[in-house]
Ligand binder design. Structure first.
Ligand code: SDX
Length: 430
């Protein structure tokens, strides 16, 4: 019976070592015993950007990049997008099981109860420049929230964690809406308890002088599905930030601000904004071949934004769902003309050896921006919309990290290649 272990020979010493294999991995720390002498520190693994390193054990999200599979707590994303609501999905991510009706009602009630923010948050947000990027406003305001809730530091008190999670999922929509209203010079509008999570968000964004804002049900449903699709994605860059910063035992608002900052990057959650700017830059279908040529020549590190993924080496299942969702939205909003460029770009890229060889397929960001734009969101709000959905994943992953007995403060090692010791040279002699 083959043993779950790796036998390695250190050719420097001829010694053999047996490394146990558990869950398809060897422990990095098991390498430390491999030394050339007693005072040798021992072997480390070197893995820039963690291309092949598991930082944790998790039961929340499963991705099979080759097969294009995504499941939250075992449920296929396609089923959740079709049958669940976002708050139901947020409950599933955090608690590990789909809620019963009473559990879901209680979860919704508590989150709705915490959609209001302290009035001082408005003063804080008013301080931003008139054209401040909403994602910069969102990220900083999430960090500022930690000063409003000092009780959030009790991270090992289950009740306190529960309260912060209600507050975070509840308030991210309000803060996102305030950032948008600030950017267009409109007064902030308050949450309305009898609307759904997505409906309330639409109301806080788009209500004008009408007495009672009624969200369009098709757009409300589309946004709720988009929040589900963005809810979690195992150890992506921003979730890694949430876990890593959270491992210092800082409060969850500060950790979530770090996660939001990571998501802001154009290689991550900022890609949906970059896709729209790219489609506008291309301008028309006949300009696509020239653009693809520039990408392939790597001019100025130009990339086909919305394409490629560290894990998916197949079509991102979320992109498939979003592409279908676009038809429902465009029924209401009118077809986004950029869609034709996106469809042609996808067709050409998927037949081009450069992309096929590198297994570059559309990811979640390739089509999402087209829907957001059709729903009248400005392009710079796109990463904020991503952050709202991902908040439920971030808090679920944060809590799983805190409760994992194997986790401690994240502090990677390095391979030092700098100078050996040398003596200080006085200025007069330099
Ligand atoms: C998200 O991790 C997650 O799960 C993220 C996410 C989530 O839900 O949290 O799924 C959300 O961030 C989706 C990705 C959004 N980003 C983009 O769409 C930006 C464009 N895509 C890339 O920059 C890139 O594909 C990444 C960042 C997504 C993945 O980068 P990797 O895995 O580090 O791949 P790489 O940069 O090493 O590229 C491998 C090769 C390189 O070419 P060679 O050096 O082999 O010649 O593929 C090329 C890259 O130049 N390449 C691209 C490309 N992506 C990779 N070339 C052109 N266009 C692209 N988009």
């Amino acid at each position: 019976m083959p043993k779950d272990s790796l036998t390695v020979t250190d050719n420097r010493t001829g010694k053999q070592y047996e490394l146990p294999i558990e869950n398809g991995a060897v422990r990095g720390m098991d390498l430390r015993q491999i030394k050339v002498s007693d005072d040798d520190f021992g072997l480390m693994s070197y893995d820039p950007a963690f291309m092949n390193t598991a930082s944790c054990k998790s039961s929340i999200t499963f991705i099979d990049g080759d097969k294009g599979i995504l499941r939250y707590r075992g449920y296929p994303i396609e089923q959740l997008a079709e049958k669940a609501t976002y708050l139901e999905t947020a409950y599933l991510l955090r608690h590990g099981e789909l809620p019963t009706k009473p559990q879901l009602e209680d979860w919704k009630k508590n989150i709705t109860l915490h959609t209001f923010v302290h009035e001082n948050v408005k003063k804080f947000m008013d301080g931003f420049h008139y054209d401040a990027h909403p994602m910069g406003m969102f990220t900083s305001t999430m960090a500022a929230l930690s000063t409003f809730y000092p009780d959030a530091k009790n991270i090992f008190d289950a009740e306190s964690r529960q309260l912060q999670i209600y507050r975070l999922i509840g308030k991210v929509t309000t803060i996102a809406a305030f950032a948008y209203r600030h950017s267009i010079g409109l007064p902030y509008t308050h949450p309305e308890d009898d609307l759904t999570y997505a409906g309330n968000f639409l109301k806080m964004l788009f209500k004008r002088s009408e007495a009672h804002y009624k969200p369009n049900p098709v757009l409300e449903k589309a946004l709720d599905v988009l929040f589900i699709l963005h809810a979690d994605h195992e150890q992506n860059c921003s979730t890694n930030a949430m876990r890593s910063v959270g491992s210092s035992h800082v409060d969850p608002y500060s950790a979530l601000a770090a996660a939001s900052a990571a998501l802001y990057g154009p290689l991550h959650g900022g890609a949906n904004e970059a896709v729209l700017r790219m489609l506008k830059e291309i301008g028309s279908k006949d300009k696509i071949p020239a653009f693809i040529k520039e990408v392939k020549e790597g001019k100025g590190d130009k990339r086909l934004m919305g394409f490629g993924h560290r894990v998916y080496k197949n079509y991102d299942p979320r992109a498939k769902i979003i592409k279908k969702l676009a038809d429902d939205v465009f029924e209401v909003t009118g077809r986004n003309p950029l869609l034709d460029i996106a469809l042609e770009l996808e067709k050409i890229a998927l037949e081009d050896d450069y992309f096929v060889k590198r297994k570059l397929y559309p990811n979640v960001d390739f089509y999402s921006g087209l829907i957001y734009q059709a729903m009248k969101f400005p392009v710079d709000m796109f990463p904020v919309l991503f952050a709202i959905g991902r908040t439920s994943g971030w808090v679920a992953q944060w809590e799983e990290m805190l409760l994992d007995g194997e986790q401690k403060i994240a502090r990677p090692r390095q391979l030092y290649l700098g100078h050996a010791q040398r003596q200080y040279v006085p200025l007069v002699r330099r």
